[in-house]
Design a protein around this ligand. Structure first.
Ligand code: AGP
Length: 600
C-alpha cells in the first residue's frame, strides 16, 4: 500500500515524479503529494484524491532537479490533504515520504516528542519530527536518520529530503518494497520499477534495514551500522506497453482479455525441449519430501489456492490445507511432521502472507512462493519460486493472476505426479491449450455478459453465487470480484449449504448466479437453483457444454472438468466488470482498496 518515488538529476523532477505516481496509483489513491527541492529550498504540493487532483495544484513554474512523491492508502489518519505525504518537520528543514506502518509511533511520540506540535494524524510524521529533533541536538542528517531508523518498529520505505543539502535523497527500507533506479546523469527511487520505467530499466534491489544515500551521480547502499554494501543492478524486464492501457477503457478489461495469451505463455515457459512440462527439480523434491502441503494466501490468491488443493490432492496425491494468511498466525493448525508451505501472491508483497513466511522460516520449514513479481519480498524470502508470467496486473481486481495461479498450480501438480510415477489420464499441455482457446471464445462474448449484468445486477443490492465442488470455489472468486468493484453485496456459497441458513435471504428478484460445470454435481446444483427459484430468486445459470439445459443463461465451452475454474471465472469477471460500469464505479480503482496490501 502507498507508492513512493524520488528523482535526483539534471532534469526538472516534477513531471517525472507525477508520471511515476500515476504508475503507482494502483498502490493507493486517497491522496497524493510531491516535494521538490532547489536552491530556494523545498516546496510541497499535496492534495486529497487522485494524482490528477495533485497535478492540478502543482505550480508549473517551479523548477527543481530533486524531488520525492507519494500516493497514499490511509492507515493512520483519514484521507485528507493534511495527512497526505510528504510530511515536513516543524522547522521545515526535513521532508519525507513513507510507505508502511510505524507500530510504536505513539510510544515514540510520548518518549521524544512531548511539546512538539504535530500537524497530522499519521504515524509517518513522527519519523520526520524525530530526525529534526536529533539534528537540533547536534547529529548530522545521516546520523539522525540512522538513529531514527533504529527506533522504529514496523515497516517502512522512506525517502527523505534535507533542505540544507539539495544534492542528496536519503532512503531506507524495512519490510516495505523499495528499489533504486540508475541512470547516466540521475538516479531514482521507486516502490515498483513500473514507476520509473519512463527513465530507466536498471534497478538495484534494497534489502530490509538498509539505507541508501542517493545523489545524481552515485548510489551508496549501507547497513544501518554504516557498512558499505555492493550489489549489481538488474534489468527490469517490463515492456512499457505492458503497463499502458492502450485502446482499452480499463486495465481490468485489458487484463481479462490477456488471459488466453497468458495461458499460452505459461505453457511455453514451463515446457522443455521435448515439449514436456517441467519445473526445477529441487521444487519437485520438496513436494515429494512433504507429507502435507500448506497453502497460504489472501483474497483472490486464496481462492486460487482452494482450486490448487484439488489439483495437488487429486493429481499428485499429497494432502493439502489452504489457509487465509491473516488468520494463520492465530489459528496455526497442528503441523504435520514434514510440511511444505506454498505462498500464493500476485504481488509477492502481501504483508499478511509475509508474516506467515517469516514465522514458518523461523520454525525451520521450507517455502515455495508462486508469484507474478520476480524479486518480490515473498519470492526472495522463500526457498523456491514459481513465476506466473502473467505480465503486470494493474487493476486492483485480480483477474489474469488468478487464472495464471491456477494454471501454474496445475503444472506443479502434474510434474509432481509424474515424478511419483502416477499415471495421468490427460495431457496437461493439450488441455491448457484447449483452455486458452475456450478463454478466447469467452472474451469474444462480452456483449452477452454485458446483457447478463444489465438483466441481473443493474439495480440489485445483493447477489449470491452458488456452486458445488470446484464450482463453489469459483463462486467465491466471482462474489469477491463483484463486491470489490461494483459494491453490490455478494457472497459465494456451497449449493448444499444454502438451506442451512442463507436461503432466508432470498427475496423476490434476488440474483443467484449458479455454476454448473461438474457432471457429478450437476443435478444437485440444479436442485438448489429450483429451491431458490421457488422462493422468488432470479437465477442466472452458467453451465458447461454437455451439461446444459434450456434454462441456462450462458454455456461455456467444454474443457477438462478439473480445469473448469480457468474458464468459468471469465464470465464472472466480465459480468462484474459490466455491473460496475453500469453503476458508474471506478472499475480499476475501487473505493477503499489498494492493489498491493503491504500492511497487516
Ligand atoms: C482481488 O481482486 C484483490 N485485489 C485481493 O483480494 C488480492 O487478491 C489479495 O489482496 C492478495 O494479493 P496478492 O495476490 O498480491 O497477495
Amino acid at each position: 500500500m502507498c507508492g513512493i518515488v524520488g528523482y535526483i538529476g539534471n532534469l526538472d523532477s516534477k513531471e517525472i515524479l507525477l508520471k511515476g505516481l500515476e504508475k503507482l496509483e494502483y498502490r493507493g489513491y486517497d491522496s497524493a503529494g510531491i516535494a521538490v527541492m532547489n536552491d530556494n529550498g523545498v516546496q510541497v504540493f499535496k492534495e486529497k484524491g487522485r494524482i490528477a487532483d495533485l497535478r492540478s495544484i502543482v505550480d508549473e513554474d517551479v523548477m527543481a532537479n530533486t524531488g520525492i512523491g507519494h500516493t497514499r492508502w490511509a492507515t493512520h489518519g483519514v484521507p485528507s490533504t493534511v495527512n497526505a505525504h510528504p510530511h515536513q518537520s516543524n522547522s521545515g528543514r526535513f521532508t519525507l515520504v513513507h510507505n508502511g506502518v510505524i507500530e510504536n509511533y505513539d510510544i515514540l511520540k510520548r518518549e521524544y516528542l512531548q511539546g512538539v506540535a504535530l500537524q497530522s494524524d499519521t504515524d509517518t510524521e513522527i519519523i520526520v519530527q524525530l530526525i529534526d529533533l536529533f539534528v537540533s541536538e547536534g547529529l548530522s542528517t545521516e546520523e539522525a536518520f540512522r538513529k531514527t531508523l533504529t527506533l522504529l518498529k514496523g515497516s517502512y520505505a522512506i525517502a527523505l529530503l534535507d533542505a540544507e543539502n539539495n544534492e542528496t535523497i536519503f532512503v531506507a527500507k524495512n519490510k516495505s518494497p523499495l528499489l533504486v533506479g540508475l541512470g547516466e546523469t540521475f538516479n531514482v527511487v521507486a516502490s515498483d520499477a513500473m514507476a520509473m520505467l519512463q527513465v530507466t530499466d536498471q534497478y538495484v534491489e534494497l534489502m530490509d534495514k538498509e539505507i541508501v544515500i542517493v545523489t545524481k551521480d552515485a548510489v551508496q547502499i549501507q547497513t544501518l551500522n554504516g557498512e558499505a554494501i555492493s550489489r549489481d543492478p538488474y534489468t527490469a524486464e517490463l515492456d512499457a506497453s505492458d503497463i499502458e492501457k492502450g485502446t482499452y477503457p480499463h486495465y481490468m478489461l485489458k487484463e481479462i482479455d490477456e488471459q488466453p495469451l497468458v495461458m499460452r505463455k505459461i505453457i511455453q515457459k514451463y515446457q522443455n525441449d521435448q515439449d514436456e512440462l517441467t519445473i526445477d527439480q529441487e521444487i519437485v523434491d520438496a513436494m515429494n519430501d512433504a507429507d502435507r502441503i500448506y497453502i497460504i494466501a489472501a483474497g483472490t490468491s486464496y481462492h486460487a489456492g482452494l482450486v490448487g488443493k484439488q489439483f495437488i490432492e487429486k493429481i499428485a496425491k499429497i494432502p493439502v490445507e489452504v489457509h487465509i494468511s491473516s488468520e494463520f498466525g492465530y489459528n496455526m493448525p497442528l503441523l504435520s511432521e514434514k510440511p511444505l508451505f506454498i505462498f500464493i501472491s500476485q504481488s509477492g508483497e502481501t504483508a499478511d502472507s509475509r508474516a506467515v513466511l517469516v514465522n514458518i522460516k523461523e520454525m525451520g520449514h521450507k517455502a515455495l512462493t508462486i508469484t507474478n513479481v520476480p524479486g518480490s519480498t515473498l519470492s526472495r524470502e522463500a526457498d523456491y519460486t514459481l513465476l506466473l508470467h502473467a505480465g503486470p496486473e494493474i487493476a486492483v481486481a485480480s483477474t489474469k493472476a488468478y487464472t495464471a495461479q491456477i494454471a501454474v498450480l496445475s503444472i506443479l501438480a502434474e510434474v509432481t505426479a509424474k515424478s511419483r510415477g502416477l499415471e495421468l489420464d490427460f495431457n496437461l499441455v493439450q488441455e491448457l491449450g484447449i483452455v486458452a482457446n475456450a478463454m478466447e471464445v469467452l472474451c469474444d462474448a462480452k456483449e452477452e455478459f454485458e446483457d447478463i449484468a444489465r438483466k441481473f445486477l443493474s439495480t440489485t443490492r445483493n447477489a449470491f453465487f452458488i456452486g458445488r465442488g470446484i464450482d463453489f470455489y469459483v463462486g467465491l472468486e466471482g462474489a469477491l470480484k463483484l463486491k470489490e468493484i461494483s459494491y453490490i453485496q455478494a457472497e459465494g456459497f456451497a449449493g448444499g449449504e444454502l438451506k442451512h441458513g442463507t436461503i432466508a435471504l432470498i427475496e423476490n428478484g434476488t440474483p443467484i448466479i449458479a455454476l454448473a460445470t461438474q457432471e457429478s454435481v450437476n443435478l444437485s446444483i440444479r436442485g438448489n437453483v429450483k429451491e431458490v427459484v421457488a422462493r422468488g430468486a432470479n437465477p442466472c445459470i452458467i453451465s458447461m457444454k454437455g451439461l446444459e439445459t434450456e434454462e441456462d443463461s450462458f454455456i461455456i465451452p467444454e474443457v477438462n472438468e478439473l480445469l473448469t475454474p480457468l474458464i468459468s471465472v471469465i464470465p464472472l469477471q466480465l459480468i462484474s466488470y459490466f455491473a460496475a460500469l453500469h453503476r458508474e464505479c471506478d472499475v480499476d480503482k475501487p473505493r477503499n482498496l489498494a492493489k498491493s496490501v503491504t500492511v497487516e
